[in-house]
Design a protein around this ligand. Sequence first.
Ligand SMILES: Cc1ncc(COP(=O)(O)O)c(C=O)c1O
Length: 388
Amino acid sequence: MQATTQNFPSVPLLDVNRGNQALRDELIQALTEVVDSGKFLHGPQVTELEVQLAKLCHSRHAIGCASGSDALLLALMALELEPGDEVIVPSFTFFATASCVDRLGVKIVFADINPQTYNIAPAAIEARITHRTRAIIPVHLFGQSAEIDEICKIGARHDIPVIEDAAQAIGAAYHGRPIGSWGQMGCLSFYPTKNLGGLGDGGMLTTSNDSLNDRLRLLAAHGMKPRYYHSAVGINSRLDTLQAAALLVKTKRLADYTSARQSNATRYSMMFEQSGLSQKIGLPFQDPAAFHVWNQYSLRVGEGRRDALKTYLQQNGVGCEIYYPVPLHQQQCFRGMECAKVSLPETDRAAREILHIPVYPELTSSEQHRVVDVINQYYREAYNKAVA
Ligand SMILES: Cc1ncc(COP(=O)(O)O)c(C=O)c1O
């Protein structure tokens, strides 16, 4: 463990080794079995993981693919969009939620967020629907479901499919129903920072629609069926057997990881209340209908103090990060495009004020105390400077 200048051990934002080292023997055994089998693609572990995650998400099908980004791309490809079609997405999200739309040559339409949950706001979606809207992609950001019941009602009312970007929220639910089962399709990511993190890239789609299942499998395999006969222009996007084998080891522990994240979040909230810091910084809002799986614990730091607090935490060995500092409608790659000419005040404010602190399952309570102490220290010093 690295020591900081004041000789306190540093607290990393995330340490994937803590979880993986605890499973080292099991992971190596699982990987060795794949190496010995020689079935690096389409191995039985891929099917087994698909079965387990379909069950977890209450979906009839789950389809492995190479990443969460590919899952989103494949979901949109399955809808056979045409130039001029529009897809509604949040701007306050990771890039992949919107890049899949642009890559297919259709129009990105950004909608603003609910300032409490940071998730896309149903009313903002409805206001942006036109006769060209062909899909809505809500993101279950930071591990908390968007208001997916309302969003699906809007989708049904206008006959527009909903694709859930559940990259950050595997295991989450809304009104007791798992995310990934609400929309026509759901997209999961196994990027190592996710709640079910692999040993590299990986992703999965969920759907309960049989023809979408067939279409997605076809598109993920070059649009090829039977071999060397192509009925569609697909891509090559597979979940490797090695990756599936490692993920099966971790899937067994997903419920434990989730409850450890939930305990850490509850402990933080108690600590922030008890220290009085909750008067100064905004704690994450929990939608009572949501089973939140805490991929991230976000603080809202107003009064223009966010960047200074981030620097202070880092100088004192506390890992922190801003998800996301630049909303997508402000990104350079979209500059001048129609999608960027939009006013999203809540998105802009969140990007200015949000800050994330460690919440991963293996984080200890003494590390959490350290995080809260350093934040307290920052505010004490800022107060002393102000009155000096
Ligand atoms: C909201 C969101 N969507 C999509 C993705 C893309 O997933 P991947 O990194 O597996 O491509 C990510 C994660 O990186 C994400 O956080």
